[in-house]
Design a protein around this ligand. Structure first.
Ligand SMILES: [Zn+2]
Length: 468
């Protein structure tokens, strides 16, 4: 089965060019110059005239079915990967979880059991380590060698749940330095935050906005700096800061990068578009819809402006979603009268490609940088390149035909995520995901869905391409 995507403009990290993309089976086999007389015959031809052809999106941070705060994220691997496909994402990297006291490999097996046979698009795993000890350190080596899991997430927040102390972090970093893995860090000072939370509740400050007020930007900057220092002590262990939201944290990352360190970071659409005052501070309990950690930041400070700048300068390498959806009814409502009981997370896996494209329309990013931050860099960062993240012969035929003359209105009535609200309700994007192709198969076209549950494959990953 061959497929020719004809007449479009192919966008890659190094530029845009008119090219026809020839697909044979699951792979891209050629990029053809449309001005050269063509004799190629294909079983199916897709007209991409006037459209952009980009590599399928890679969302490097999702939490399908994550148990949290007495409930679980509302998207399953089935519903969540289907929604991702609708939005032009053809690969996710989800977080398998080792809970404190659990064997790492058991946590991984549980995650495979949730995902296997249920995914609409390809998927890989990072591993959350909730209890760094001798066995967990040995497991890190085994996962890198045998399981294709080359990144491990630690938490400086959530004492008693996922929290690692500095000694545990240092030991995991030393192990990663040896085996080549990446340490991913949730960088917030959770010990100090828990004190602020208790003090706020004692004063009767129970509304959702206090979730943000008790997690100040300074405590993200402090934890980010501390993580960077610990990684330095671990002989420059590769470090990736997840969901970076604050200017001070970005400054710490930028400084480390200027010093030539193996320090990387991502941000998420919610920090580029939503704020502490307008969303988390919405009247009544509405703000619960926007409770996530790290929290939304104040619009009276420079955070969002700095994050866009960081994306341009590559101090922020990637835009991921931290997709962790909870319904308002019965889930977010667990925190009525006590913001600390609101499940933490925002769903957005369906909207990342569009929301970052809006940055191109708004003059924040170039087209090439759009493709880099949503696809090429995640592939390189997490050992999926060149199978994923690029339109080139030999790569998987994961393609999105994007219409810059279309438009998208985001809302709960039209989205496909298993959520009863949208964090981006009413947002208009000046572009539209048209056709989505995953390993040579058209899964979305003309507003119709042609994918199916179970077609997504587990991807074993290699080491990051960014390390020497
Ligand atoms: Zn997360």
């Amino acid at each position: 089965m061959s497929l020719l995507v004809k007449g479009g403009t192919v966008i890659g990290p190094t530029g845009a060019q008119p090219a026809d993309v020839l697909v044979e089976g699951e792979k891209i086999v050629a990029l053809l110059d449309p001005s050269y007389p063509q004799t190629v015959q294909a079983d199916e031809v897709i007209d991409a005239a006037g459209k952009y052809v980009i590599p399928g999106g890679i969302d490097a941070h999702t939490h399908m079915e994550l148990p949290f705060g007495g409930t679980a994220a509302s998207d399953t691997f089935d519903t969540g990967t289907r929604a991702a496909a609708w939005g032009g994402t053809t690969t996710i990297i989800d977080f398998a979880v080792q809970r404190t006291g659990e064997v790492v490999q058991d946590g991984l097996a549980a995650w495979h059991a949730k995902a296997e046979g249920n995914c609409h698009i390809d998927y890989a795993f990072h591993m959350i380590l909730g209890g760094v000890d001798d066995d967990a350190l040995k497991a890190m080596d085994q996962l890198v060698t045998d399981e294709g899991i080359t990144s491990f997430k630690l938490f400086m927040a959530y004492p008693g749940v996922f929290y690692s102390d500095d000694g545990q972090i240092l030991r995991a970093m030393q192990t990663a330095r040896e085996n080549g893995a990446m340490i991913m860090m949730h960088a917030e000072n959770g010990i100090a935050i828990d004190v602020l939370v208790q003090q706020a509740l004692a004063r009767g400050e129970t509304d959702p906005i206090y979730h943000g007020i008790t997690r100040p930007a300074a405590l993200e900057a402090e934890a980010t700096s501390r993580a960077i220092t610990l990684a330095e002590v671990a002989q420059d262990c590769p470090l990736y800061i997840v969901h970076l939201s604050a200017s001070g944290a970005l400054e710490a990352v930028a400084k480390a990068r200027n010093d030539g360190r193996n320090v990387f970071a991502e941000t998420c659409p919610q920090y580029l578009y939503l704020t502490l005052e307008d969303q988390l501070g919405a009247p009544g309990f509405e703000g619960a819809k926007y409770v996530c950690s790290t929290p939304l930041r104040s619009k009276h400070e420079q955070h969002a402006k700095d994050l866009w700048k960081g994306l341009r300068s590559n101090d922020l390498a990637i835009v991921s979603t931290d997709h962790c959806p909870f319904c308002f009814k019965d889930q977010k409502e667990l925190g009525v009268g006590d913001f600390s009981k609101i499940p933490n997370g925002i769903g957005g896996v369906e909207h990342r490609v569009d929301l970052v494209y809006q940055g191109v329309v708004d003059g924040q990013l170039s087209l090439e940088r759009w493709v880099e931050t949503i696809s090429t860099t995640p592939a390189r960062m997490f050992g999926l390149y060149p199978r994923k993240g690029i339109i080139a012969p030999g790569s998987d035929a994961d393609l999105v035909i994007y219409d810059p003359n279309g438009s998208t209105r985001i809302g709960v009535d039209t989205h496909h995520m298993n959520m009863d609200y949208s964090a981006y309700e009413g947002v208009e994007i000046a572009g539209r995901v048209g056709t989505v192709i995953s390993r040579g198969q058209v899964i979305v076209a003309d507003g119709n869905y042609h994918g199916r549950k179970g077609r997504g494959q587990y991807l074993k990953r290699g080491l990051s391409s960014y390390l020497v």
